[in-house]
Design a binder for this molecule. Structure first.
Ligand code: RRO
Length: 308
């Protein structure tokens, strides 16, 4: 089965890449992604200035995923700008994730990356973990203003990392906004924000920031991710491409996202837990599962969820 694909005109050697978040902040970590089977090198979301992030403990593994409130630790966008030529030497697309605290921040960073050799720009509208800052993706007016500004800064394709939605009216409202601007792809979903895990023995939350509230990740959130990919695929048709993310641990998980309509998938928690070998494993499992079902290409199954 041929797993090569394309997002916003950028060729990907396989269907599986790393998600922004885990193990993609430092040059050393990004080198490991570059040397792995990940179809692209995606960076940790960046801000104007370097950030230490939230106080620890801020990440905990759970049986079926994780909860975290990292708080955007990153090297500042200029560091990623400088790394791009080195990252490009791995011979695969480089995608930067940008997560400004204001429209002005995002304009500054997107403008800079528009002048770089980066292949795609994913603007993160859905970080749930900054105390006092709402997720842009839950504020439709702010989303529209931000989209208007950042899609007018150059020709490199822009994508948006969305928060999970849980109501059909929200899918429709967001799809209607996306259709008005040249957004080339969306990435669904970010973590399920402001979840709470309690340790009954200590009678405390298990992460420190925000009183224990953090983003729920991993297998717990796969049904939500699948629903978001499916809903946006149906609402957006083929005008906007979709990267699926949320609970992809196996090739069969990736296949489910393919049926929902994802053009590529991103892996976060599984990469955090297992390291870079997960990309080749998931890719191989996906190819084997599709071959067993008689598929020869991604297109034959993409979006082809069958009615029950
Ligand atoms: O750094 C984080 O706390 C973080 C970010 Br920017 C994000 O987009 N999603 C998330 O779950 N954590």
């Amino acid at each position: 089965v041929n797993l090569s694909t394309e997002v916003a005109g950028v060729p990907l050697a396989s269907y599986v890449l790393n998600a922004s978040g885990p193990r993609c902040t430092s040059a050393e970590e990004l080198k490991i992604v570059g040397e792995s089977h990940s179809a692209a090198i995606m960076t940790k979301s960046c801000t104007i200035l370097p950030r230490e992030g939230n106080p620890e403990p801020r990440y905990q593994n759970l049986d079926l995923g994780s909860i975290q409130s990292m708080g955007l630790p990153n090297l500042g966008y200029k560091a990623y700008l400088e790394m791009i030529p080195t990252l490009k030497q791995h011979g695969k697309p480089v995608i930067v994730s940008v997560s400004g605290f204001s429209i002005e921040d995002n304009i500054e960073m997107v403008s800079a990356f528009q002048q770089s050799a980066v292949d795609l720009i994913e603007v993160n509208f859905s970080c749930p973990n900054i105390p006092g800052k709402a997720q842009v993706a839950y504020d439709f007016e702010q989303t529209e203003q931000a989209l208007k500004a950042i899609t007018a800064l150059g020709d490199k394709p822009i994508g948006i990392k969305l928060a999970p939605y849980f109501d059909m009216s929200h899918f429709i409202a967001m799809a209607d906004i996306l259709k008005q601007y040249p957004v080339k792809f969306i990435t669904c979903i970010n973590s399920i924000g402001n979840s709470l895990v309690i340790d009954p023995e200590t009678e405390q939350p298990i992460i420190k920031p925000k009183g224990g509230f953090g983003g729920l990740c991993g297998e717990y959130i796969k049904p939500v991710g699948l629903a978001n990919v499916r809903a946006f695929r149906e609402l957006l048709g083929d005008d906007v491409q979709i990267m699926g993310v949320g609970g992809i641990n196996t090739g069969v998980d990736a296949f489910e996202y393919l049926l929902a309509g994802a053009d590529a998938v991103q892996v976060a928690t599984c990469f955090e837990k297992q390291g870079a070998a997960c990309f080749e494993r998931i890719e191989t499992e996906l190819a084997q599962f599709m071959a067993k079902k008689g598929y020869t290409s991604l297109e034959d199954a993409k979006g082809k969820l069958k009615p029950l």
